[in-house]
Design a protein around this ligand. Structure first.
Ligand SMILES: [Zn+2]
Length: 436
């Protein structure tokens, strides 16, 4: 109730932007009554945190962050900032302020589907049931569910999404804080040109979108090359699911195994020429790996695969909770680190992961790899490193002037030296306190 009243008050304020500075502090004695999401959007204010942290500057005490019009204007010691900016409203946060996280792989369009609903015996069974479930929902408007899922993830600290999907209109209607990758599938070489032309025609109208390759077992070499080339000409990132299951490894090498059942189920007549090599070597031989390629999953890779990925400059997005659900295997993060591969973190969709909560994903990641990765390196994969790879480092991944004011607040009364460990401990309580 209190929260709703705050939200209403914030909305009212945003109608009169010119009066914010003078009116706001007197009118509301308790700033906690105001819904920060509405309040910060338009009003110049200082967010005061017991701590503020990001990857490049570490943890700092008693920091002030001046935000206005959806972006960070200044950041520094609260004492200094408040002296320089007298009269600006101050919002106190008794805990940690941290940049919003980047979800480097998800499918927002699947947000109507819960993983509990897809009982499966293996990966192929899961894909078949997922496709059946989607087909049975074709007459439903799933947009409200997808928009709700995105909003919920945002309110819990995600600032930006790499969102892969087949429904252009639906995904584009979900807002701008995403790299939308229009995903294409087509195993037959003969249909490559037609599929590409249709996809390119749609994607051309999109200012910053990209075309995604579903996977090497579902897209022909010709189509994969055309999709990659389209993105390369425009400097856009290409996502592809890669080496996700042992079935994929078998199929790419030999043309046999469980993937045959999947293709038989989906495609009346299909063709595939076994590559005789690993999925990573296969896509590398097609020229698909470079510093603008985002390889998603990479659970089944060996040292040589890791070396190839590293040398190409491609990054790997780890979606650990989805991998555990679908194959029960962990990605070989030790191999990634040894090879020097840039790591990103994603949730994948709710059809294979419990939720789109990036702090939960980061927490799961750290709990599995804490013996080989520090909290700061895991946080980097979810913020600054991801931002640099995606070319959005001016806007996301750090608490710097010019960056989005989507700042995450996590209540915390522990010591400064415990902050980073807390951030990777899957904290239950967190909220986004700014909006761009
Ligand atoms: Zn995926």
């Amino acid at each position: 109730m209190k929260y709703c009243e705050g939200a209403k008050a914030g909305l009212e304020i945003s109608l009169y932007p010119a009066r914010h500075d003078s009116v706001f502090p007197e009118r509301y004695s308790s700033l906690e009554d105001i819904c920060p999401l509405f309040y910060i959007r338009q009003v110049k204010s200082i967010l005061r945190g017991r701590y503020a942290a990001d990857v490049s500057r570490g943890v700092r005490d008693d920091v002030g962050i001046l935000v206005e019009d959806g972006q960070i204007v200044d950041i520094g010691r609260f004492e200094d900032l408040s002296r320089e900016r007298q009269g600006v409203a101050v919002l106190e946060y008794d805990g940690i302020l941290f940049p919003s996280l980047i979800n480097a792989h998800t499918h927002l369009e699947l947000s109507s589907i819960r993983r509990e609903k897809i009982r499966h015996s293996d990966f192929v069974d899961w894909v078949i049931k997922l496709v059946d479930t989607r087909t049975s929902m074709l007459s439903f408007d799933v947009r409200p569910d997808c928009a709700r899922a995105k909003r919920e993830a945002e309110s819990k600290g995600t600032g930006y999404f790499v969102n892969v999907g087949n429904d252009f209109q639906l995904n584009r209607s979900l807002g701008d804080d995403q790299l939308f990758e229009f995903e294409q599938i087509g195993i037959n070489e003969s249909s490559a040109d037609k599929i590409f032309e249709r996809a390119a025609e749609v994607a051309m109208k999109d200012n910053d979108g990209a075309l995604a390759i579903h996977a090497p077992y579902s897209v022909s070499p010709r189509l994969m090359k055309m999709l990659k080339s389209f993105n390369s000409k425009r400097g856009r990132v290409t996502s592809l699911h890669l080496a996700e299951t042992a079935d994929e490894v078998e199929f790419v090498a030999t043309g046999r195994g469980r993937m045959v059942d999947l293709l038989n189920y989906r495609v009346p007549k299909w063709e595939f020429h076994p590559a005789g090599v690993s999925p990573v070597e296969y896509v590398h031989s097609l020229g698909l790996l470079d510093e603008k390629t985002l390889c998603v999953h990479c659970v089944f890779v060996d040292d040589e695969d890791a070396r190839i990925i590293s040398k190409s400059g491609s990054a790997v997005t780890v979606c650990l909770r989805s991998n555990l659900e679908l194959s029960g295997e962990l990605p070989p993060v030790d191999k990634f680190l040894k090879a020097g591969i840039r790591l990103l973190i994603g949730t994948d969709s709710t059809a294979s992961a419990p939720d789109l909560d990036m702090f939960a994903e980061v927490g799961a990641f750290y709990s599995k790899f804490r013996n080989i990765m520090s909290p700061i390196s895991v946080l980097s994969a979810a913020t600054s490193d991801a931002a640099i790879f995606l070319g959005i480092e001016n806007r996301y991944g750090s608490l710097s002037p010019g960056a989005s004011s989507k700042v995450v607040y996590l209540p915390f009364d522990g010591k400064k030296e415990e902050v980073l460990e807390y951030l990777v401990s899957n904290p239950e309580n967190k909220m986004t306190v700014g909006e761009s």
